[in-house]
Design a protein around this ligand. Sequence first.
Ligand code: NCD
Ligand code: ZN
Length: 335
Amino acid sequence: MKTQTILMPLDMHLHLRDTVMLENVAPLSAYSFSGAIIMPNLVPPVATLEDVKAYKERIMASVPNDYFEPYMTLFYKNYDKKFLESVADEISAIKLYPAGITTNSEGGVSSFDIEEMRKTLEAMSELEIPLCVHGETDGFVMDREAEFMSIYEMLAVNFPKLKIIMEHITTKEAVAMLDKYENLHATITVHHLLLTLDDVVGGMMMPHNFCKPIAKRPEDLDALLTVALEAHPKVMFGSDSAPHPQHAKESCGCAAGVFTAPIALQLLCEIFEQYDKLDNLQSFVSDNAQNIYGICPEFKEIVLEKRAFTIPEHYGSVVPMYAGQTINWAIESVE
Ligand code: NCD
Ligand code: ZN
């Protein structure tokens, strides 16, 4: 039987939520990943040293073993250097959301005035704290990411020492930026390697495929596949697995977020095998992230096997992407 081994898989963009949802989803990521960059968009957001420490403790308390490292992030505000110095050892990045652009981002940045941000971004450069960005404007939904490219350029040029991660990229415009600016990197989700807008609203509306940024055009999907499959050194896997309870997804006013954490590695194997690129999967799901973030996770080995696996209809209150569908790869063992 065909197998694929992955060492220390990392999920460089993950939503774990809190309380009951945290207890439901954190063990699923801890099972198959060595670690994950934990998003700070709780209500209220993770914005103080105490918040970071307490949230990390709640995460550790909700996973069954200590083989999972939550790489913590702080919700971006125009922090001063003294505060950043005090928190630098506890965080792996700071996450910037434009205000109101996605789930729980109301406290985000409302103006990209470079002078207002300079103090914070210079301090982050000096302290080597990466800046993760949700790169969307409030324009027309299909154009939001492409319109954000001028903001990425402004950040990249003004803060050349700042490591900037373009989160969950969905467009050929974002892919093109990777080779243009040395300090721009990107995460790519598994759902954006599979879906276009047609899979969201092309037939019947599919709430479990709906997320921000929305899946785009076939040519965008092709551009994402190109850099993911070649494991371009500046891209890394970040699931953006974003659980919402079933009633919040299957409702009028569907919440944005696709839940993929427990099926991500299986789907990635399927995609990389389909294009005969399984040799590059290790770099895409771990090595590139280790290089970009300078992290060194504890040993963990996941063996996947090529056999039929039917995705569960539910993980607790959450419906995963492709619920009930059968895919070709399953997790065989975790050590
Ligand atoms: C995320 C969430 O639900 O927190 N939703 C999403 O559609 N991706 C937030 C985000 O990363 O945009
Ligand atoms: Zn996200």
